[in-house]
Each structure stands twice: as C-alpha cells, then as structure tokens.
Design a binder for this molecule. Structure first.
Ligand code: SF4
Length: 363
C-alpha cells in the first residue's frame, strides 16, 4: 500500500497522478497536515521523471546594485537612491570573471534593485563584458520588475526590451518579483511593484521569445492558504498558455531587518515544514509541466533541503556564490563548494549530477 492511500487527501492525490488539479483541490492539499502522504506521493512522481538523480549548478549571483525605488516592505537589501551602490559594467564583469576562474561557474544570476540610474545600454554593456571575460557562463538575468522598469524608462514594449537583451547575451530570466501572484498580498508587500497582470505578461512575452524562465514564490508573511493555492494555480495556467518555465523555486520570507516583520509582528520564518508542504503540492500540481522543482537550501539550510529532495524536489539549485540579499536579513549563510553540494545530495539518498543553465546534465 502506498503511504498516502489512507490519508484524508488520498482521492485528490490519486487524481493528481492522472489528471489536472482544480484550484480548490490545490487548496485542500495545502491545508492538509498529512505531510508524509503529500511528500511520498510527490517523491513517487519525481522518481518517475528522474529516478534518483538530483541536479545542481555551479553559479553565482550578481547583485549589480542595491539602490531601488520600489521599496518592498519585506526587503532588507535595498537602499534609497544615493545611499547604496551601483557597480559599473566593467567592475561587475570583473567580479564575475574572478568567481568564474576560481569555481568554474556555469551561470550568473543577475538581479538588483530598480535603480533609476541604469538603462538598457548599461545591461547591454554588462552582458557583453561578462561574455568576453567569462565566455562559458550563461546569463540568467533580470526579473520581470527590472524589465518593466526598462520598458517604461525607454518607452519600449516588453518585447523590444527582451529582444535587445537577448541579442546582448541574456539566455534566461529569473521570475523574481512574483512573491505571491495575488493583488491583495502585493498591495501590502510592495505597493509600488508591478501588478499580477504585468508580471504574467512579461513572463509570457519572454517565453514567446524563447527566453526560458524560472518561477518563484515567497511564502510565510501575510498570505493565507487560499492565496498560496492561487499562486500555484496562476503559475500552472501561465505555463499552459505559454510554456517556457523550467523550474519552480519557493522560499520563505526572512523577517530579519524588514519593515514587514515589524509592522505585522512576524517574529520567525515559516521555513522547514511549510516549505516541504509547498514543494510537495507544487510537484503534484505541476508534475512535468514545470519540469523542475528546486530544494531551496538558501533560507532553510542543507538539512531541510535534503528532506525536500525526498518530498518532490529534483534540483538542489545553485551554489549561489556572492549572494547578498539573504545575508542582509541577518541570516548567516556560508556558500558551499560543488563538492559539499554533491556530498549533501548523496546524503539525501540521491545521485548528484551537475547541470547547465537549461537543466541539461553536464560533465
Ligand atoms: S525586493 Fe527587489 S524590487 Fe523590492 S525593494 Fe528589494 S530590491 Fe527593490
């Protein structure tokens, strides 16, 4: 007998194996406390797709600026214009070059604040400069929020902005700024941020231009379970309309040094247990439609990430050298080498394989 067959949510899990879940069913799964039932079903689905293989990527994050005018309530990273930093394209590319030479990274995730001083030429120069100094590195660059800013600044369509950036070397786009795709939540978290409709429009446009994305979710703040379900539902529907998302990545809100935590008296992060539930339900919702689910080690640490590999996740994520956003919350993070990641994946009973930016196994 499979582990979930006696659980209250067995009929919904059974359906997930053969059919698409409704919004209400996703919600029911997210409300279930039968974590083991959810996790074992998600593991079975994952193993059908990947066996015991778990991928990871050697990568870094380039936070090219921390100056930002969006002022999200949950963000400990940004500074007002004039009070933070902005790397020149040459300095930023030099940082990438150094890490590329030291660790042999395959991807640089480029993300920063919405800084009025940058324009599309800044990124064109930056991308070309990185490609010159680190030719084998893929550029996973700019969230829909930054794309929206460039589109407004230059009075260009999203399609034009993305086409120019693709031409300059952008190969994929991280779906940052999604947080929760529910307007009520976004108005509290980030009243100045792009709407749900705009975020979806930008990701869909990227997919149509054959720029793949990863899609994200930030949970554990002021949202309710119905809103979590709506988020997963929106991501799945987007992918059905315009396929192109390669991976789903969830992380919990880190309350340290944030206005949101002070305002809503959020004293601790909702990591571990909630992350495992969301990862399991995400796999049951997306199956192979969004083919990869990351374990999200950055906020929950390696031990929970090892569990996540047994709750439906198939990808560890990246080594994330140089990441600055989470340390800004006061959380202490030590960035692992590839050998450490491989050891941890093995420790979770999986077979580690290095991958590239497009989730292809390499080496
Ligand atoms: S999360 Fe991003 S958009 Fe929001 S304030 Fe921080 S840097 Fe700016």
């Amino acid at each position: 007998m499979r582990a979930w067959e006696r659980s209250d949510v067995a009929p919904i899990i059974e359906k997930a194996f053969v059919d698409e879940l409704s919004l209400h069913e996703i919600e029911q799964l997210l409300k279930s406390d039968e974590l083991w039932a959810l996790g074992s079903a998600a593991l079975e689905l994952k193993q059908k797709m990947y066996g015991k293989v778990c991928t990871y990527i050697k990568n870094m994050i380039l936070n090219y600026t921390n100056e930002c005018v969006v002022e999200c309530e949950f963000c400990a990273f940004y500074r007002k214009p004039g009070l933070g930093y902005l790397y020149s394209p040459q300095r930023a590319a030099k940082i990438v070059e150094e890490i590329y030479k030291r660790y042999g990274i395959r991807q640089v995730l480029i993300q920063g604040g919405v800084n009025p001083k940058v324009d599309i030429e800044y990124f064109e120069t930056l991308f070309k400069e990185i490609k010159k100094r680190a030719p084998k590195v893929s550029l996973h660059a700019l969230s829909p929020v930054e794309i929206d800013f460039l589109s407004l600044k230059h009075k260009m369509s999203v399609k034009e902005v993305l086409s120019r950036l693709k031409e300059a070397g952008m190969e994929s786009m991280p779906g940052g700024g999604a947080e929760l795709l529910v307007e009520r939540v976004r108005k509290i978290l980030s009243p100045k941020k792009i709407s749900v409709k705009r975020w979806i429009e930008i990701v869909e446009t990227a997919h149509k231009l054959e720029i793949p994305t990863s899609v994200t979710m930030m949970f554990g703040h002021i949202e309710n379970v119905e809103e979590r379900a709506k988020h997963l539902y929106e991501l799945r529907e987007l992918q059905k309309r315009a396929p192109g998302s390669l991976a789903f990545i969830a992380w919990n809100f880190e309350p340290g040094n944030t206005r949101l935590a002070r305002k809503f008296k959020i004293k601790y992060p909702y990591g571990g247990y909630e992350l495992l539930r969301i990862i399991s339900v995400a796999r049951l919702t997306f199956k192979d439609l969004i083919p990869h689910v990351q374990a999200g080690w950055l906020t929950v640490g390696k031990d929970v990430a090892q569990l996540a590999l047994n709750f439906g996740a198939d990808d560890w994520g990246g080594t994330l050298y140089n990441e600055k956003v989470i340390p800004a919350t006061g959380l202490s993070v030590s960035f692992p080498k590839a050998e450490d990641v491989e050891r941890w994946i093995r420790g979770a009973g999986c077979i580690p394989k290095e991958r590239d930016n497009f989730y292809r196994v390499v080496g």
